[in-house]
Design a protein around this ligand. Structure first.
Ligand SMILES: [Zn+2]
Length: 103
């Protein structure tokens, strides 16, 4: 799986490197220009969430079973990895760590 980073963050990190000579400054500018020329990937940030005790999304509050008319069809969405309403990712380790820190 690829790791994605912001072009602006990468360029800022390179810009923040101390350069003590004209040669180093030129290399830094070349590195920043090289990153700036790279094509950007079409990615969206992961929105972490979890299913609450009522089976609703902790991010948007929607009940996916109601949303997808799953009660009539018998479809079990309790283990779904993503909220069908807002796209939040369920069971994300970030949410679990935040909840453990708050306990
Ligand atoms: Zn949601």
């Amino acid at each position: 799986m690829s790791d994605y980073i912001s072009k602006n963050d990468a360029m800022q990190a390179i810009f923040n490197v101390d350069c003590h000579s004209d040669e180093h400054i030129a290399i830094r500018e070349e590195a920043m220009a090289a990153i700036d020329c790279m094509p950007a990937a079409d990615v969206a940030p992961v929105v972490p969430a979890r299913w609450d005790e009522d089976g609703c999304c902790s991010k948007c509050g929607s009940d996916p079973a109601m949303l997808l008319n799953a009660y009539q069809s018998g479809l079990d969405l309790s283990e779904a990895n993503y909220c069908p309403n807002c796209g939040a990712r369920m069971g994300c380790p970030l949410v679990e760590r935040e909840e453990q820190a708050n306990d």
